[in-house]
Design a protein around this ligand. Structure first.
Ligand SMILES: *[C@@H]1O[C@H](CO)[C@@H](O)[C@H](O)[C@H]1NC(C)=O
Ligand SMILES: [Zn+2]
Ligand SMILES: [Zn+2]
Length: 393
């Protein structure tokens, strides 16, 4: 008999430092101000605020949908509901914000903004299904690209000038940007739901995509072998991702309130393709659509299932057991065939992620690697600050 895997007592978990309340609306995006006890946040109620200390409270003329903050230049770019990007410079003590310029970037709501200091570019996507980039010095539009659906994830690799755009159709598009032209490199699809968040690791050259299909996929872009590894650790939409480069840990957050910290410093395995068969690949019993074999052998057709480990098409009887397969990204127990169940060792069942409950439905996160702090923003209109050092180290 196989030894029972004892659940490890969870002693190390994020420490809740602060709850920031008082927003009338859900905070769409927020960042931790470096070295200060401050948060900059934007929300639909038009107020852009640096909350608790130091404190600014800026009322925007139009609802704010997203933002990008560059700590080196203290440049704050705010995307508005009417398609405009408004740029501000924050004072050194973070007590004052000075309007600098506006970009007429989109026809409707700005969904994502990225400021690229090295190239003096402002990249953005909008409800108008456009990706656009502007010169941050002149505010001049440099170029645009029409995406297949509204984008909800935007990342950029400075070295190769690749831009990654994840959209609500589930597609990820990669473009190379020149000064005022762009070239389509490739587009790929792996999710069954829309992409909700993207996160790029420029060192390992992998892209993480989170989706409303509850999964995260790790795309090995640099390896050029087309490896895509699925991470299944949420019971609801994944809505925000962040990557701690120094420890190689991915933080994923979602509608289930879960903060999942994935160890990416392990050799992970791709999930197998699901095989198709007219009968169980273990006991040969026909599946219910195989009328001929059912008739010939006078057997009742069975429902087809798939073993998550080997991908074989099996009947329920031959796949009655469940197992987690952490190296394949299945942190929760999934269906496996009986022979795979026997073959999986306790060592292979050791979790590669830790699970924590934030107690709110997370729509946005920001991770500050220098302090190890995580900001989570929820549909409850509350921002929570967490000390992640017990789990991200
Ligand atoms: C959007 O709102 C801002 C702030 O009121 C304004 O400056 C800008 O002209 C507006 N843009 C459009 C396209 O209406
Ligand atoms: Zn069977
Ligand atoms: Zn199997």
């Amino acid at each position: 008999m196989a030894a029972e895997v004892q659940p490890q007592p969870l002693t190390r978990k994020p420490i809740l430092l602060q709850r920031v309340e008082g927003s009338q609306e859900v905070v769409n995006m927020a960042v931790l101000v470096p070295k200060e006890e401050g948060v900059i946040s934007v929300s639909e109620d038009r107020r852009d605020s640096g909350q608790y200390w130091p404190s600014i409270y800026y009322v925007m003329p139009s609802p704010c949908s997203c933002m990008s903050f560059n700590p080196e230049t203290r440049r704050l770019s705010i995307g508005l509901d009417n398609g405009t990007i408004s740029e501000f410079i924050l004072s050194e003590d973070y007590n004052k914000m000075t309007p600098v310029k506006n970009y007429q970037a989109h026809q409707s709501r700005v969904t994502m903004i990225l400021f690229v200091l090295e190239l003096e570019w402002v990249l953005s996507t909008g409800q108008d299904k456009l990706f656009a980039w502007h010169c941050s010095e002149s505010a001049r539009r440099l170029g645009g690209y029409r995406t297949s659906a509204v984008a909800s994830g935007l990342q950029f690799d400075v070295e190769t000038r690749h831009v990654f755009i994840g959209d609500q159709s589930g597609q990820v598009t990669i473009l190379t940007l020149e000064q005022d032209t762009c070239t389509l490199v490739t587009a790929f699809r792996g999710h069954t739901g829309g992409v909700t968040a993207l996160c790029w690791d420029p060192v390992q050259r992998v892209l993480f995509s989170g989706s409303s299909d509850h999964s995260v996929i790790m795309w090995d872009i640099g390896g050029r072998k087309g490896t895509a590894i699925e991470l299944q650790g949420h019971n609801d939409k994944v809505q925000a991702l962040s990557y701690a480069q120094h420890t190689r840990q991915l933080i994923s957050c979602g509608g289930d309130g879960g903060i999942v910290v994935w160890n990416m410093d392990v050799e992970r395995q791709e999930t197998p393709e699901w095989l198709d068969s007219d009968s169980c690949q273990k006991c040969d019993q026909p599946f219910f659509w195989n009328f001929k074999q059912m008739w010939d052998s006078k057997k009742i057709g069975l429902r087809q299932h798939h073993c998550r480990k080997c991908g074989k098409a099996v009947c329920g009887k031959c796949s009655s057991k469940r197992s987690s397969i952490p190296l394949m990204g299945f942190e929760f127990e999934v269906r496996v065939c009986d022979s795979c169940h026997e073959a999986i060792t306790d060592e292979e069942r050791a979790p590669t992620a830790t699970f924590h409950d934030s107690k709110h439905n997370i729509v946005h996160v920001h991770f500050d690697p220098t302090r190890g702090w995580l900001l989570t923003s929820g549909t409850d209109k509350v921002i929570k600050l967490w000390d992640m050092t017990p789990v991200v180290s």
